[in-house]
Ligand binder design. Structure first.
Ligand SMILES: Cc1cc2nc3c(=O)[nH]c(=O)nc-3n(C[C@H](O)[C@H](O)[C@H](O)COP(=O)(O)O)c2cc1C
Length: 185
């Protein structure tokens, strides 16, 4: 698949099953992630890959975090948090390693990790896998940073759920480019 075709045909797929890409396949995908644009070479990227039973530990971490933030979780809420990481055979936690820099604000470092995340989604698509980027209450939340054992400067900007498409794919949206594009002449 050429690059433009991969970009134009990527589709977020929430219904995922095994297999996930192998470690070898993911090494190549991460090499692509590390080509994200990066002001001042701060390398604000940390990918934490969670597979197999470790996903249950991540679910428990979500629940502990939510319990420490909210007192009134219903049984349904608790169950949803515990099971959230089981929605795909592999989850990648996107943690921005924010550095203090006089010319590079936090937002630029978060954007850089976002670009790296998109490279991951494109890379897995190109090799026949699928995924979806999710955030929710477990993102942009200092408590989850702490519960994941990361230093305070890290920000969790989201999660990539990755695996094999179960076949329920939405049609790709058709946009009118003119709504998004202007030319200054
Ligand atoms: C930063 C970010 C956070 C997102 N968070 C969620 C989320 O928590 N839950 C969800 O269903 N979709 C979320 N989405 C949207 C999906 O990842 C996806 O983009 C959307 O379903 C549209 O599908 P498409 O990417 O194929 O156009 C998020 C997207 C981005 C960029």
């Amino acid at each position: 698949m050429d690059t433009l075709t991969a970009i134009q045909t990527r589709n977020s797929i929430p219904h995922l099953e095994g297999p996930a890409p192998t470690h070898e396949q993911m090494r190549e995908v991460y090499k692509g992630a590390l080509r994200a644009p990066d002001h001042a070479r701060l390398r604000p990227w940390k990918f934490i890959e969670v597979r197999g039973e470790a996903r249950e530990r991540l679910g428990k971490t979500f629940l502990e975090t939510a319990n420490s933030l909210e007192e009134n979780l219903t049984d349904g809420d608790k169950d949803k948090l515990l099971k959230a990481p089981l929605r795909a055979p592999m989850v990648i936690i996107l943690a921005a390693d924010i550095k203090h820099h006089p010319k590079v604000p936090e937002i630029e470092q978060i954007i850089s990790l976002g670009a790296a995340a998109q490279n991951i989604l494109l890379g897995i698509h190109e090799i026949g896998f699928a995924g979806v980027w999710r955030t929710g209450k477990m993102a942009f939340n200092p408590r989850i940073t702490e519960k994941l054992g990361l230093k305070e400067n890290f920000q969790i900007i989201g999660y990539l759920y990755i695996g094999t498409s179960m076949g329920k794919e939405k049609p790709l949206p058709e946009h009118d480019l003119n709504e998004f594009l202007e030319f200054w002449n």
